[in-house]
Design a protein around this ligand. Structure first.
Ligand SMILES: Cc1ncc(COP(=O)(O)O)c(C=O)c1O
Length: 428
């Protein structure tokens, strides 16, 4: 007899606890305590712990420069400023994104042009770059969503054709590799959030990597302290900012920098644990649930880690993706559906009365923010309707992965019951 779905009152398939996140060991604790005991609570320059963290990241990513930031969002803002974004310029970004990939453009004074993803992918469509980059376009933000490296070759080709700088947002993809190259080092500048849900964490923090001395210096202008920019800005175009830049206060706390350095040493081990968990889960579900399609990577590539996506391709009356997700969640496996909000539809980006309280809607040269009309990002809509998101623990957990697989298989084995199930109206 089939086990009854937890959604319908049966026992949950997942009984094991989910490992705590982030994974914190003695190294992070000691690093943080040492920083506090040394009174390194704020650093307006580039002293011990911040300088050390920047050297560690530059070495790990093989770039000439790394700069610490207070957040991933501030790093993206600074990268865009560095790339020449200013009022009256446009920046292309996929709507399928974290909202910071869009608002950071506005922080830099630029105007976002929201683009569709490539059909069946999670990243900006190069055809959209060609279609939507007008004469005022300066840059494109490429977000390596859900740890999957974006298909950079055609994106770079389209960006170069249109004269756009390429800012990679790698906040979901620390250590991901595209055709043999680490993401973040393929475009002009790479940005990483080190916030607490990311593959490696600082607490709050961010880091920017680049091989360009010019971009690294310009990236200090929006938010680093005169105690640093006073001596770090040496180029003819940056030196005039040496007394003060934008003063957004984007420096990282030394205690966070120390934690980030300790975490960076574990990146490969944490990513390997997640890869092993993913291989176990997806290997089993590939055999038992072929209606779940797992995205393919280009050759010589490796994913980074956040929740990892798949496509729900089951076509059966009465069993929607959302109902399927609800049933698997009821089994105790915290999978997700479409991911983030559809930013193109939120009031901030639709209602210009709201938008204009925070940002400039129209610039003197005629560049203006235009809300996206409904139905104009069809691949994004397809993606949102078909996505599944699987959280993958950063500690090797074969028994838990087996239970997650059992949860999915149990639901897949009870589709007739699920089709009959009518979700109750949410109680008011
Ligand atoms: C893809 C992506 N980019 C940028 C950010 C922004 O990072 P932060 O919260 O550190 O500003 C996040 C954070 O959730 C993110 O997921």
């Amino acid at each position: 007899m089939k086990a009854r779905l937890a959604l319908l009152g049966g026992a949950k398939a997942v009984t094991l606890p989910w490992p705590a996140y982030p994974v914190i060991g003695e190294e992070e604790v000691c690093a943080a305590v040492k920083a506090v005991m040394a009174r390194q609570l704020s650093d307006c320059g580039r002293g011990g712990l911040v300088g050390q963290m920047e050297e560690d990241y530059a070495k790990r990513f093989g770039t000439k420069h790394a700069v610490g930031f207070s957040s991933g969002t501030s790093a993206i803002h600074a990268a865009l400023f560095a790339a020449g974004v200013r009022p009256g310029t446009e920046v292309l970004a996929a709507n399928h994104n974290w909202i910071s990939g869009i608002t950071a453009i506005l922080h830099a004074g630029g105007t976002p042009v929201l683009c569709d993803v490539k059909r069946g992918a999670f990243h900006i469509d190069p055809a959209e770059i060609r279609r939507k980059a007008g004469p005022h376009a300066k840059a494109v933000v490429v977000t390596h969503m859900w740890g999957l490296p974006a298909d950079m070759d055609p994106i770079l080709a389209a960006a170069r054709e249109r004269g756009l700088a390429v800012v990679e947002d790698c906040s979901h993809a620390h250590g991901a590799v595209y055709k043999g190259r680490l993401v973040g080092t393929i475009g002009d500048v790479g940005c990483f959030s080190l916030q607490g849900s990311k593959a490696i964490v600082a607490g709050e923090g961010g880091v920017l990597v680049t091989n360009s001395r010019r971009l690294a210096q310009r990236a200090l202008v929006p938010g680093h302290h005169p105690g640093r920019i006073g001596w770090a800005l040496t180029l003819r175009e940056t030196k005039p900012f040496a007394q003060a830049g934008g003063m957004w206060t984007y420096r990282i706390m030394p205690v966070c920098a120390a934690i980030a350095s300790a975490q960076l040493k574990k990146l490969d081990a944490l990513n390997a644990a997640r890869q092993a968990n993913f291989d176990r889960l997806s290997g089993r579900l590939r055999r038992s649930c072929p209606f779940i399609e797992w995205p393919k990577l280009p050759p010589n590539s490796r994913r980074g880690w956040y929740s990892t996506p798949a496509f729900f391709t089951l076509e059966r009356r009465g069993v929607t993706r959302n109902k399927f997700v609800q049933a698997v969640r009821a089994e105790g496996a915290p999978i997700g559906g479409e991911g983030y909000t559809d930013w193109s539809r939120i009031p901030l980006l639709q209602d210009m009365r709201l938008f204009s309280q925070l940002f400039v809607p129209r610039h003197a040269n005629g560049v203006e923010f235009r809300p996206v009309p409904p139905g104009s990002l069809p691949n994004n809509e397809w993606l949102r309707a078909h996505m599944l998101l699987f959280p993958i623990p950063a500690v090797e957990s074969p028994a838990l992965m087996d239970q997650v697989a059992e949860a999915v298989e149990k639901v897949a084995g009870n589709l007739a019951a699920l089709a009959r199930y009518e979700p109750k109206e949410a109680k008011k």
